[in-house]
Ligand binder design. Structure first.
Ligand code: SF4
Length: 342
């Protein structure tokens, strides 16, 4: 969804008066609320993966009265094109995907060698078929308000103080120092071949806490055990938000962070769209395909011969693509982001 914002921005750049409504799963609505290009979000009533032919037809019929001029379909599945077809939308644009000839009437052939990045594939669908490719992709930019930031500060009773007691652990800290916040995102829904080891995250956390930083842990319920381990190894001085926030709150909290260290995950893209200094750690995936779309981002990938294998679990049983990235490397990148150096 974050990458789709590049398409929304590109559409607004070429058609400033166009109205963009987005059909999307309910859990993504808080992201859409933070995209000024989007006029309205329409909740997809079906869970991911469910075919639901009748529901999709009904959804399409319910949208007929809206008078949409064009539907742009980002998923490549056959079922995803059904609502637009039954909504009688005159131009239905998408990649041919699962033989969608009848459902689409502006069917594009995807040249994977030309459009090597997911975001390019999205943006290309908003341009005419004879536009120069690959397209220039505007960077996603989620909008954050001071009110929303204050709301999460109040809710979680956050204080601008060092994470650890002074002066026991903080040789370098003085009370006049600005307190920096390091956000760690140790999860990756995809699988362990995208998750940097928790003990490495913990080492980074300990190091920054000792320098007077606050360290905040982000993730869903599924990441709670990993976050708890990181926090234990950091003597409980992290602020653990895993499983305690809505996505909206996680976005607003992350907007307060100075630097974000993340696996290749949805939160990494959120952090990039918040214009954070992102250290993005890649294992089995390809940073060239779905990079963080942010000039401040730093990508760490070992580019092993076996990578990218795109597997959820390492087929070789060692996950060296991640275990070979050391905490010292990540700390070095954090230091470099602070100095503004590339
Ligand atoms: S095969 Fe290589 S790239 Fe894939 S998970 Fe294992 S070490 Fe990583």
């Amino acid at each position: 969804m974050v990458m789709a914002q590049s398409l929304f921005i590109a559409l607004k750049n070429t058609h400033p008066d166009c109205q963009i409504d987005v059909l999307a799963p309910a859990w993504t609505l808080s992201l859409l609320e933070r995209m000024p290009e989007v006029s309205k979000a329409i909740v997809m009533p079906l869970p991911r993966g469910k075919f639901g032919l009748i529901e999709r037809i009904k959804l399409g019929l319910s949208l007929r009265s809206k008078g949409y001029n064009q539907a742009i379909l980002l998923p490549n599945s056959w079922k995803s094109a059904i609502p637009a077809f039954f909504a009688n939308i005159p131009v239905r644009t998408g990649y041919i995907g699962e033989c969608r000839w009848g459902l689409l009437n502006d069917a594009r052939k995807l040249d994977k060698n030309l459009l090597t990045m997911t975001v390019q594939r999205f943006v290309a669908l908003g341009l005419s078929v004879d536009a120069p490719m690959p397209p220039t992709c505007p960077k996603p930019a989620l909008t954050i308000s001071k009110d929303r930031q204050q709301a999460v500060i109040d809710k979680f009773q956050l204080m601008p103080t060092p994470a650890a007691p002074v002066p026991d652990r903080l040789a370098a800290y003085t009370p006049s120092m600005e307190i920096k916040i390091l956000a760690l995102c140790p999860g990756a829904e995809y699988g362990p071949a995208k998750r940097w080891p928790t003990e490495y995250y913990a080492e980074v956390a300990r190091h920054k806490i000792d320098q007077g930083w606050q360290v905040w842990l982000f993730g869903s319920d599924k990441d709670k055990a990993d976050a708890a381990q990181i926090n234990r190894e950091a003597s409980g001085f992290c602020t653990d938000f895993t499983g305690r926030t809505s996505l909206a709150e996680a976005v607003d909290l992350m907007s307060l962070a100075n630097t974000v260290v993340s696996n290749d995950s949805g939160l990494m893209h959120v952090a990039a769209a918040l214009d954070k200094k992102v250290i993005a750690i890649y294992g089995s995936s390809n940073p060239g395909f779905t990079p963080p779309l942010n000039d401040k981002a730093r990508i760490i990938s070992l580019n092993l011969d076996c990578a990218p294998c795109f597997k959820r679990e390492c087929p070789l049983g060692h996950t060296h693509c991640l275990t070979g990235i050391t905490p010292d490397q990540v700390l070095e990148h954090i230091t470099l982001t602070q100095s503004g150096r590339k």
